[in-house]
Design a protein around this ligand. Structure first.
Ligand code: ANZ
Ligand code: ZN
Length: 817
């Protein structure tokens, strides 16, 4: 039977919180601030997904707990609303993305409110609101001014079905992340952001923040700093020793200059310019060309896959000269060498590199051991060891010989020290409608005049900033990109044609828009002062609220969103706009919620659980509790609607506790333990164990049927972050008139949590022979083990196993020998 009308209660408290602005916060220097952040949702037409509340509930619990610790807590929410799904929907239905977004946001807002999150609703943001993207555009202009935005024609990932360029990160196993279609390469002039200039700062900054280790590791790997050297190999053509032929050089990047004497051949990537340059000299050019064609069909990922069998073709008629020993070695083209990394060419050291070892084995190429300690007939030796077969490096350690080789190369002009990064610059153009317009115009006459006023203009002759922001998206008739791949903005004549802000002459606007990642790269800054029209946020607000104290989000955002937003923040710090270089002090991550069959929840699989139904049937408190109780927060968990019944029963029992509130009841020890455990568990995000502990407590009170008012109140306080509606309701029923949300978190008494001990007698064959002092709550197993180990007992056993051991709780252990 229904114990309480949760729908009514939940609605009542949601309205009260809204009316009383319970969770709105102001800058207050007298109080310590705490900024809790969750990744704002993309307001899709499908509405909230049951995965959203996992992060939002967890962080709501933390926000509520921190409020009860006396902190001034900022817990904001907003919408990351530009992007493809809405745009694709607009194309299908002919409706304006702006309208669709408005509706979707309204639906998300309703759903979020129905879950009782303690967001400061006065700070809501929407990345598609011109008042917001005015500042996204402003930040872009600062990047441009400072020489961090440049236009470049380059092969981009092109999705023929979405008709748009994609960032590397949006290509998953050669397929478009959005539509799953195959991705091609296409040359396109793109705006790029020079995030690579911030590679070192992005790495160094990780030292000073508290991120889950796997997030740090993923960022480090993504940035991929490698220290090594560039080495120049001379190129010779068969029978041609003329001076010009000797000028050809092949430059390689290696992290192992110490192994140069072991380089027995070189490999260039299929896209390397050397092939074209030596066209006339390569004897098997047709074969090489065919190989290159085949390689072009593979994705980078397929090409570097370690398990895959390596293929290649020798460039016949060409030799490289190893600068260390002047030996002539073959040159190959192979697709396991990528054009986009290092110099697109390598020196191969089969004795000490696994890929080279396999390749050399397959094609019968030479192998020279230069680091001792392994067996190169068995496999490449990757370990450390003494240098051998290497002339002036012999006997040195790997580390010493690296340094010595670099010094030698630099002295002879044959190479230099070089640090490489895997990180690539960020493709910042999309040929789409539903994004922030890039506020630049192209002016032919300014390009010719060459009167450049900042780094951006210097790097991009003719491109002039339009500082009259926001530059609003114009209305268009059709939202599809043009067939040539231009953004639909290219067909809006009156918008496209404009005057140059510098010289007043004829100019045209950039028609590309910004990628979806733009708006989310600085949103944590906007929340602190979301209505500011003269700055992205005031210096005072930034100084008080930033950095975010605790940011929780998905692991899938570690290398994209998290890195991009750190980049923007560090940049804004460098130009004096924000007071801290790192935006997020702490970063944690939740595991996914899987569908009942263990699969990922997705619209296409039709297995998404809609929180609306759950709230209607079980209530928001039950949903919140269930999501927190499902399993360890950082791990994937499987949804089970039946599990909700259990937490619902628990809530019913909590309602019943009211009847057991009596005068003159002693303080409950389990409550003190529960207060301690729940408080500590929240800090550790161990929400499931704290719910379990509260359940244990409630079961105990249900059994003994008595609880003091003070204990009941304290219990409601620790329950309130998890089940805030019910906690408020019962709190009010106890006669309180203020919200429970700002009550101080209860303290526990050390003396009350100490385990009591009892003296237990030990009987052997019916006679008491010994006794032992143990914690009162010791388990049967534990006490039996302790007793059997005792010297006196061992003597009686005389090495035999006891026939029987019986434990009478708290009194006696009886052993029959
Ligand atoms: C010779 C060598 C000897 C190498 C050895 C390794 C071990 P990371 O650490 O990822 O930076 N390499 C360089 N450019 C490449 C490219 N475009 N495509 C594929 N492989 C490339 O790796 C650097 C190493 O990867 C370089 O050092 C080079 O092989 C290879 F015992 O040079 B090494
Ligand atoms: Zn001009």
């Amino acid at each position: 039977m229904e114990k309480y009308n949760f729908s009514k209660i939940e609605k009542k408290w949601q309205e009260k919180w809204e009316e009383n602005k319970t969770f709105e916060v102001k800058l207050d220097e007298s109080k310590e601030k705490f900024y809790v952040l969750v990744e704002f949702p993309y307001p899709s037409g499908a509405g909230l997904h049951v995965g959203h509340p996992r992060s939002y509930t967890a962080m709501d619990i933390i926000a509520r707990k921190k409020r009860m610790d006396g902190k001034n807590v900022l817990y904001p929410i907003g919408y990351d609303a530009f992007g493809l799904p809405t745009e694709n929907y607009a194309i299908k239905t002919g409706r304006a993305p702006k309208e669709v977004t408005k509706e979707n946001i309204a639906n998300f807002r309703r759903q979020l409110k129905s879950l009782g999150f303690s967001f400061d609703w006065s700070r809501e943001i929407d990345t598609t609101d011109p008042k917001y993207y005015k500042w996204t555009q402003w930040i872009f202009l600062q990047l441009f001014k400072n020489g961090l935005a440049y236009k470049k024609s380059m092969p981009i990932n092109w999705c023929p079905s979405c008709k748009t360029g994609l960032a590397n990160e949006e290509v998953v196993n050669g397929a478009c992340e959005r539509c799953g279609g195959e991705v091609e390469k296409r040359d396109k002039s793109q705006w790029m952001l020079a995030i690579t200039k911030y590679a070192d700062k992005l790495l160094d900054g990780l030292e000073n923040v508290d991120y889950v280790e796997r997030a740090k590791t993923q960022q480090r790997n993504w940035i991929g700093k490698s220290e090594g050297a560039l080495v120049k190999f001379g190129i010779k053509q068969k029978g041609d020793f003329s001076a010009s032929a000797q000028d050809d050089m092949l430059e390689v990047f290696t992290t192992r200059p110490d192994t140069l004497f072991g380089a027995t051949y070189c490999v260039v990537s299929p896209e390397h310019s050397l092939v074209e340059e030596l066209k006339g000299k390569i004897e098997n050019f047709d074969e090489v060309l065919e190989y290159i064609k085949q390689a072009g069909l593979k994705s980078d990922l397929e090409r570097v896959e370690l398990q895959k069998e390596k293929t290649g073709v020798e460039l016949k008629g060409i030799k490289a000269v190893n600068p260390a020993n002047n030996e002539e070695i073959p040159v190959w083209v192979a697709d396991y060498v990528l054009a986009t990394y290092g110099t697109g060419a390598i020196m191969s050291v089969p004795a000490h590199d696994q890929r080279d070892w396999e390749f050399a084995g397959k094609y019968g190429l030479d192998m020279v051991e230069v680091i001792s300690g392994g067996d190169i007939l068995e496999g490449a030796f990757l370990g450390e060891g003494g240098v051998v077969n290497s002339d002036f490096l012999n006997e040195l350690s790997s580390k010493e010989s690296k340094e010595k080789m670099i010094a030698w190369l630099e002295e002879k002009g044959l190479g230099e020290r070089k640090t490489n990064f895997k990180l690539r610059d960020w493709v910042f153009s999309r040929q789409r409608y539903w994004g922030e317009p890039i506020p630049l115009v192209y002016c032919e006459s300014c390009a010719e005049k060459g009167d450049f006023q900042n780094e951006g203009e210097k790097q991009n002759p003719g491109w002039i900033m339009d500082e009259n922001l926001p530059l609003e998206l114009p209305e268009v008739e059709k939202y599809e990109p043009t067939d040539s791949g231009e953004s639909p903005l290219a067909s809006v004549e009156e918008w496209l044609k404009t005057t140059c802000p510098r010289c007043g002459g004829e100019a045209h606007r950039e028609t590309d828009t910004m990628p979806n990642w733009a708006g989310s790269s600085w949103y944590s800054l906007r929340y602190v002062d979301n209505n500011n029209d003269t700055a992205l946020a005031s210096p005072e607000a930034l100084k008080y609220w930033m950095p975010v104290d605790w940011y929780n989000g998905g692991m899938e955002h570690t290398t994209l969103h998290l890195l991009y937003s750190r980049f923007w923040n560090i940049f804004l710090y460098d130009i004096g706009v924000v007071p801290q270089s790192e935006p997020y002090q702490k970063r944690t991550s939740h595991g996914m919620i899987l569908a009942e069959n263990g699969e990922k929840m997705s619209k296409s699989r039709g297995n998404v659980v809609n929180p609306d139904e759950i709230v209607e049937k079980f209530g928001a408190d039950a949903l919140r509790l269930y999501i927190m109780f499902m399993g360890p927060f950082d791990q994937a968990v499987v949804w089970d609607t039946n599990g909700l019944k259990g937490v619902k029963r628990f809530l019913d029992k909590v309602v019943n506790l009211q009847e057991f509130v009596k005068k003159d009841v002693k303080q409950n020890k389990t409550l003190h333990k529960t207060i301690k455990k729940v408080g500590e568990d929240i800090e550790e995000m161990s929400f499931n164990t704290s719910v379990a502990k509260m359940m244990e407590f409630v079961n105990e009170i249900t059994k003994v049927q008595e609880i003091s008012k003070e204990d009941m109140e304290n219990f409601l306080k620790i329950l309130s972050p998890f089940a805030p509606h019910l906690a408020e309701e019962l709190w009010e029923k106890l006669g309180n008139t203020e919200s429970i949300a700002y009550e101080l978190w209860p303290s526990y008494d050390e003396n009350m949590i100490k385990d009591e001990t009892v003296k237990v007698g030990i009987q052997i064959n019916g006679k008491v022979r010994d006794d032992i002092e143990v914690p009162a709550e010791i388990s049967e197993e534990e006490i039996k083990e302790l007793v059997l180990q005792r010297e006196k007992v061992q003597k009686w056993l005389e090495g035999n196993e006891p026939k029987k051991v019986i434990y009478v709780k708290g009194r006696l252990v009886s052993i029959v020998v």
